[in-house]
Ligand binder design. Sequence first.
Ligand SMILES: NC(=O)c1ccc[n+]([C@@H]2O[C@H](COP(=O)([O-])OP(=O)(O)OC[C@H]3O[C@@H](n4cnc5c(N)ncnc54)[C@H](OP(=O)(O)O)[C@@H]3O)[C@@H](O)[C@H]2O)c1
Length: 198
Amino acid sequence: MNSMRVLLTGANGFVGSHILDRLRAEGRECAVLLRRQGDTRFIAGHLPHVAVRYGSFEDEASLRAALEGVGEVIHCAGATKALAAEGLFRANQGGTRRLVEAVNEARPAIRRLVLVSSLAAGRSGTRAAPAREEDPPEPLSAYGRSKLAGEREVTQGCRCEYTVLRPVGVWAQDREFLRLFRAAAARWFQSLAGAGRS
Ligand SMILES: NC(=O)c1ccc[n+]([C@@H]2O[C@H](COP(=O)([O-])OP(=O)(O)OC[C@H]3O[C@@H](n4cnc5c(N)ncnc54)[C@H](OP(=O)(O)O)[C@@H]3O)[C@@H](O)[C@H]2O)c1
């Protein structure tokens, strides 16, 4: 079993709360970085058993404090929507940059950083020519561009071992996708964007 303490950002969010479930099920020692105003209902059962560290990506001292005694970091915090693109870049690029800087300062104690990026940071493929990991990225949305910018903060700036993950859309319990499924069930549209291309 890996006994290094892992710091999870975005732990109270939809994806992060499932990561925390898994880490705890595996018996990992965990710390979570939370904002004071964050809704913790999905992780309330875990909170007595993890080190809770309050802070924000704007507060560099809070990031340094959050990394104390930590050996690995899973960076799952991120904005999936914002009123303007600038808000997406502030969270997904700026937040990642400051975390990477704090991680670099905390070497060699920090062994590895895992970034939860998104498939949206890559490019779209077609049925005949599916997108491949090594293809040059060409995000279609501001969200995808902000996640790609966050990836580059890691790949160009991180001085410890790192892994960048690009999950596909995650939908279980997610109310954004629920609206899409309801629309499809009501036959409000017949095809998803991009479907039918060959
Ligand atoms: N859901 C998907 O389909 C999907 C697919 C691929 C990748 N991802 C990635 O997975 C990660 C989590 O997504 P999610 O769907 O779980 O979103 P979510 O439920 O909205 O959770 C977002 C998490 O990030 C934190 N966060 C957001 N903006 C922040 C900021 N400016 N500073 C500090 N913390 C901030 C939130 O904290 P507060 O509660 O304090 O706001 C929350 O813990 C994101 O990086 C997203 O890009 C999601």
